[in-house]
Design a protein around this ligand. Structure first.
Ligand SMILES: *Cc1c(COP(=O)(O)O)cnc(C)c1O
Length: 841
């Protein structure tokens, strides 16, 4: 956007006056934020309208996701509109602290982790690439909970993110649609077989649109968030009829519950019903709006898949398959076969996990009662699918049963998603291989062409340019400003990797962020940390497979060594943790308590000369991560191999020059291939070794407990009163390792991890060497930009013809990447040609 500083100041002061009726000096940060965001909303509105008009012709992509972990929007809007420098300068002149204003924005946390953040990164990348890609999600009244610590324990506080209003949403009541739950369906034969649906509960889905602004281009896409509202008005709440009044209130509460919270507690049947309601509400509302838009564009339904791609992010929106069938057949009179081929051609599916407990299923009775018509369709899909399987595997009932959509009284959503879509992708090469060879091997054999890989990527605009503007500026000076559009230009840093002058600039930037973070941590926790220590960060959801305990056990071991030898030569280190545990996941919550207790013990101990410090920061979210990224030396990415489908935290850290200590899993493997094995520290079991243990057994944690004195000491310390909180407090953790088999193989990897940590410290001590590693990580991070990922989705899966030609990114292909030394500079003509031949039809 073209606006100069003076003009912006004038408009801003005008806004302050109109909105608050008082002079700037008398306004609070919150009021200043309101004025700024309101002005941004005005700027965007106009561009949005033009962008919609331009986009009307092309194919549209709709990305359905139960989560969108957006993070704060204001600064991103400024960056993408090209206004950040102007606004910063304008506020500087006005004597206003822009950073303080931006901090008063709520962090919309409509998601809980990587899956939701990926969806948000995708929106940013699609808009940056001028691709017409829109998000469809739910407008939760409360975001993922806010985490407080009380005596080291996680307390969940509702995230009332809408309390002061959300300025960037546009309510579109006239585009509301009706959603039906429950009731009965009866077949009606009247020429064609039709179903009559009666006695259902009717709910109104009201869309709230959030603009998604492309980076320095004209594109403004839409994130549509649906809100559930009461629909029927035939219950009157009058003083004379108390019963009707209660019914009205009950109905209203039931309806509003649908979009009240993300992931309602599913330990009760009511909770599970609510989740299924959410899934159907999201998919039905989104598909109805998509078909309405098609009609508005005068496109016949028979051309649906030429003009629309519907992508489902994991299986939560997999009801898109039967719901699209329902709309085409019941509402638009199409026959089954035609509807089916359109549905399959329109829908594509991303699988995010191979963990059996995370593969979604629904009991038939619950499903049928809530969604009677959809159940009839799923049943029909299942029968036809099983018939196809029978032709291919005649008589092989076990095989057919293993692949069926409905079996043993449950509906398997992943099977429904695979059968009902034309593309199934994993999110890293290893993950896709495991899907093809193990978890979904039956399906891969049956549909070899459906499976493909799209290694995740993250938006470098948020996680580098926004989070670390100083580094972004240094990169621009060094490799040219074009790296922002062509992140692979960062390879141009390689010649500077060993250049002391460049290294010193990088080190100075990191040191600045470290001391700023240290001050914030002192403020938030009272713990004083040394900005010259190694900042070692482990932030992500708390989960057994992510192995926060492995990190904690190593810290205990270090502490034990220091106690035995206080003079030990150890580079001071600060261990930083962050992450929320699912409210019902007791062991994860206990892990938080355990690490907090450990932190307390270590931080208070004066005898170890502040050699190590441990802090667990409350309420990990996108905003906190943005503060940690530029200040982190070492990033912990240590899941049990094969369990972390890809990971995206790893990518955000290398963009900022952190060095990963990690296992050979998911995205870590591709990062290693890109940056080279000298620039990452890897250790531990491989995925195949882990999977073999899972399949064949042969691991006994007692062997390690008895055979490795270090492990025995640390585990005993969980239950011998070493930690504050009492000897029995942490027994469930102890038991999970020794009595319940150490499912995530923490003890098995312990020795290798300790060695890797030693190696890490050895390398850190050679400052020049360490900085060169850091530079090489940044240099190779372009490949992990979401722009590369989503260009691949657009080309291979959605068959889009981008407005601007697909830009050339480093290949995601491992062999290619190796052959080219990571990846080549972007805009390489040969590769460009390959891409465009493959794409544009
Ligand atoms: C990126 C991100 C994640 C995912 O991190 P992983 O390390 O890949 O698990 C989770 N939460 C937030 C807030 C994120 O930004």
């Amino acid at each position: 956007m073209n606006i100069d500083k003076e003009e912006f100041q004038r408009q801003y002061l005008d806004k302050v006056a109109k909105l608050h009726g008082k002079p700037l000096e008398e306004t609070s940060d919150g009021e200043r934020y309101q004025a700024l965001s309101s002005l941004i909303r005005d700027y965007i509105g106009q561009r949005w309208l033009l962008s919609r008009r331009r986009q009307r012709q092309g194919k549209q992509v709709y990305y359905l996701s139960i989560e969108f972990l957006l993070g704060r929007l204001t600064d991103m809007y400024l960056i993408n509109l090209g206004l950040r420098d102007t606004v910063a300068a304008a506020f500087f002149d006005l004597g206003v602290d822009l950073a303080a204003i931006l901090e008063s924005e709520e962090d919309p946390g409509l998601g809980n982790g990587g899956l939701g953040r990926l969806a948000a990164c995708y929106l940013d990348s699609m808009a940056a690439e001028s691709l017409p890609g829109h998000g469809c999600g739910l407008r939760y009244r409360y975001g993922f909970f806010e985490q407080d610590f009380v005596n080291g324990r996680q307390i969940e506080v509702p995230d009332d993110w809408l309390k002061t209003g959300f300025i960037y949403e546009f309510r579109r009541s006239d585009e509301a649609v009706e959603i039906r739950f429950g009731g009965t369906v009866t077949p009606e034969l009247n020429g064609k077989l039709r179903y009559r649906h009666e006695n259902y509960e009717s709910v109104l889905a009201v869309p709230y649109d959030v603009p998604v602004v492309g980076h320095l281009n004209d594109t403004v896409n839409t994130l549509r968030l649906w809100s559930a509202e009461p629909h029927r008005t035939d219950f009157v709440c009058s003083a004379t009829n108390r019963n009707d009044c209660l019914k009205t209130i009950e109905y209203k509460n039931d309806v509003e519950a649908i979009t009240s919270v993300l992931y309602p507690d599913d330990s009760t049947r009511d909770g599970r019903v609510l989740r299924l309601k959410q899934h159907y509400f999201l998919t039905s509302a989104s598909l109805q709006a998509i078909l309405a838009d098609l009609a508005r564009r005068d496109i016949p339904l028979t051309r649906l898949s030429d003009h629309v791609a519907v992508h489902i992010n994991d299986t939560h929106p997999a009801l898109a398959v039967p719901e699209l069938m329902r709309l085409l057949i019941d509402e638009h009179g199409m026959g089954w076969d035609e509807a089916w081929s359109l549905t399959v051609a329109t829908i594509s599916y991303t699988n995010h996990t191979i963990m059996p407990e995370a593969l979604e299923t629904w009991p038939v009775d619950l499903f049928q009662a809530l969604l009677p018509r959809i159940f009839v369709i799923v049943n029909e899909i299942n029968e036809r699918f099983c018939r196809e399987l029978w032709q291919r595997y005649p008589g092989d009932w076990d095989h057919i049963r293993a692949m069926a959509v409905i079996a043993d009284g449950t509906i398997r959503m992943a099977h429904l998603a695979i059968a009902g879509s034309h593309s199934v992708n994993g999110v890293a090469q290893l993950h896709t291989r495991i899907l093809k060879e193990r978890v979904m091997s039956d399906f891969h054999q049956f549909y070899p062409d459906k499976f493909n890989n799209k290694t995740n990527g993250v938006t470098h605009r948020r996680f580098l340019i926004k989070a670390n503007p100083q580094l972004a500026a240094l990169l621009g000076e060094t490799v040219g400003e074009q790296w922002v559009q062509y992140p692979c230009d960062l390879l141009g840093l390689l010649p500077h990797a060993a250049d002391p002058a460049f290294q010193d600039k990088l080190a100075a930037i990191r040191r600045w962020h470290k001391s700023k973070l240290a001050a914030q941590i002192l403020d938030a926790t009272g713990v004083r940390i040394d900005p010259d220590s190694i900042f070692d960060t482990h932030v992500k959801r708390i989960h057994g497979y992510k192995r926060q305990t492995l990190n904690a056990f190593h810290i205990m071991h270090l502490y034990n060594r220091l106690k035995a030898d206080p003079g030990m030569d150890l580079t001071p280190r600060t261990f930083i943790f962050g992450g929320k545990a699912a409210p019902a996941y007791r062991l994860a919550k206990l892990t938080i308590r355990f690490i907090n207790a450990l932190a307390d013990k270590i931080n208070r101990d004066k005898t170890i000369n502040d050699k190590i410090k441990v802090v667990f920061l409350e309420n990990y979210n996108v905003s906190l991560l943005e503060k940690l990224l530029p200040a982190t030396d070492v990033s912990e990415q240590i899941p049990t191999a094969s369990r972390e489908a890809c990971g995206t935290g790893n990518m955000k850290f290398i963009m900022n020059g952190s060095v990963i200590i990690g296992t050979l899993d998911g995205g870590n493997i591709e990062i290693r291939n890109a940056v080279g094995e000298d620039n990452i520290i890897t250790f531990g079991l491989t995925a195949d070794e882990v999977l073999n243990i899972y399949e064949r057994g042969g691991y006994n944690p007692w062997d390690i407990y008895c055979g490795d004195e270090r492990v025995k000491t640390v585990l005993d310390q969980l239950v011998n009163g070493f930690l504050p909180g009492g000897p029995d407090e942490y027994r469930p953790i102890f038991d999970s390792f020794l009595h319940h088999g150490d499912h995530f193989l923490v003890l098995k990897d312990f020795a290798a991890y300790v060695d890797a940590q030693k190696e890490l410290e050895r390398r850190y001590r050679d400052r020049r060497h360490w900085l060169s590693m850091s530079v090489r990580n940044i240099a190779h991070s372009g490949k992990f930009s979401g722009d590369r990922t989503f260009t691949e989705y657009a080309v291979d899966i959605w068959r889009l013809r981008p407005e601007a030609p697909v830009r050339c990114y480093c290949s995601a292909d491992e062999d290619f990447a190796r052959a080219e030394g990571g990846c080549t500079l972007s805009r390489r003509p040969a590769l460009q040609a390959t891409l465009s031949n493959a794409t544009y039809n």
